[in-house]
Design a protein around this ligand. Structure first.
Ligand SMILES: [Fe+2]
Length: 295
């Protein structure tokens, strides 16, 4: 009998392509002068915090791998190609080369299937990995020295409503936790989404001109502060209870279910989260938040 596996940390790890652009890693073609330091330094603090943890794999749930029916899992051991952000091809042209922990992906798939969810392993070796997955993983672990498990989001929030999607994501979170425990592995989970998500529709001549950057409006900001305050106080059950209102009124990127999945996998934490930082990107609200699971 192997040792019981564990989720050692869960992270809200948003994926604005601007953050990778401003970091100037060798994988990304465009070059930046600077920009979005609040959030980049938040990710620096996250990386420092995770560097003290022993873990085997990053498990990421992405709003930009959208499967209309059910939840899909990356099911091929290696992917490499060029990822271009469809909205910001001037900022994000990233050459990725990543490894997948297919056996853990299969275990989560099987557990979710056993619990009645609609699931599928994605086995196309030429599949193009979405930029949400790539950016959250890059900003969390730029050396890519750990394999990932990639999980899609589905369209239930639009096809049915947010309540239906959230109910599914709570079950997927539980299945994820159970499969990780059975695997004997130590995992860090990433929910790859912004908070409020209303954004500007025009870009300045210099994308990293920070004199233009601010939250799109005060209502969105108030919503973000409300959600962050609940995270700080360990009131994640309350976050789940207002998730539909938040998603609708703040046009939040929680509509893919990533945050609901994460909170469920973490057993709906009552302990305070560590807020590594908050900042806006083209008007959207983004927080880098870590839940370190108790020993
Ligand atoms: Fe996004």
């Amino acid at each position: 009998m192997p040792n019981k596996g564990k989720i050692v940390a869960g992270v809200l790890a948003p994926h604005p392509p601007h953050l990778v652009y401003a970091e100037n890693p060798p994988q990304n073609e465009p070059r930046a002068e600077c920009g979005w330091e609040n959030l980049r330094w938040a990710y620096e603090r996250l990386r420092k915090s995770l560097s003290h943890l022993d873990y085997d794999v990053l498990v990421v749930h992405s709003p930009h791998w959208r499967t209309q029916v059910g939840t899909h899992f990356l099911g091929v051991e290696k992917f490499s190609s060029l990822s271009v952000d469809p909205v910001f091809p001037n900022l994000f042209r990233y050459h990725y080369d990543l490894a997948v922990d297919v056996s853990l992906a299969q275990q989560i798939h099987d557990q979710a299937e056993k619990e009645g969810l609609t699931v599928k392993m994605m086995k196309n070796p030429h599949f193009r990995i979405d930029y949400g997955t790539i950016i959250s993983c890059h900003m969390t672990n730029p050396t890519w020295d750990k394999p990932i498990v990639g999980i899609s989001s589905n369209g239930a929030a639009r096809y049915f409503n947010m309540e239906v999607l959230q109910a599914e994501m709570l079950r997927l979170g539980e299945a994820t936790r159970k499969a990780i425990e059975d695997s004997g592995k130590k995992a860090v989970l990433l929910a790859s989404n912004s908070l409020s998500h209303r954004h500007f529709t025009v870009e300045g001549e210099v994308p990293e001109d920070m004199s233009r950057e601010h939250i799109s409006n005060h209502n969105q900001y108030l919503w973000d502060m409300k959600i962050i305050d609940l995270m700080k106080k360990g009131k994640t059950e309350e976050i789940l209870s207002i998730m539909s209102d938040f998603t609708e009124t703040a046009t939040a990127e929680t509509d893919g279910g990533s945050l609901s999945w994460l909170l469920s996998a973490l057993k709906i934490p009552k302990y305070p989260a560590e807020i590594h930082g908050y900042g806006s990107v083209i008007g959207t609200g983004n927080a880098v938040v870590e839940w370190r699971t108790p020993l």
